[in-house]
Ligand binder design. Structure first.
Ligand SMILES: [Fe+2]
Ligand SMILES: [Fe+2]
Length: 127
């Protein structure tokens, strides 16, 4: 079951960043499946680490793009990115500490956050 799937409606009118968002949705989904099915620690943590790395990569690219465009809401936007990164760290700690209930809540929250962020916040720089 794929809970978090990117759709063309979510486009920010930039093919590269749209591609990043697709990949992020797919990684969130794969972490979700691992965490929900309580996969072995190694397997789930590898996915969580992949999500962490890709998130960093995407946020840097997006922040660079906003800077190039002279987007005025950049500081606020970067603060939101930090929040997301921090939540992934908390999720990793929860899963590592075997607090599966917290980990499940966190991955659902991350998926919802990502969807809202792409639909609302990321769209503000694409206009
Ligand atoms: Fe963003
Ligand atoms: Fe984004």
């Amino acid at each position: 079951m794929s809970l978090f799937v990117w759709k063309p409606d979510y486009s920010v009118n930039n093919a590269v960043l749209d591609g990043h968002h697709q990949q992020l949705f797919s990684l969130v989904n794969s972490v979700y499946e691992n965490v929900m099915n309580s996969q072995a620690l190694d397997c789930a943590l590898t996915k969580i680490d992949e999500l962490t790395e890709y998130t960093k990569y995407h946020f840097l690219a997006e922040e660079r793009y906003m800077r190039e465009k002279g987007f005025s809401g950049i500081d606020e936007h970067i603060a939101k990115h930090r929040e997301f990164t921090h939540t992934i760290e908390t999720l990793r700690e929860s899963y590592h500490g075997n607090d599966l209930e917290a980990a499940r809540d966190l991955i659902v929250a991350l998926g919802e956050w990502l969807l809202q962020h792409v639909l609302k916040d990321d769209r503000t720089y694409s206009a």
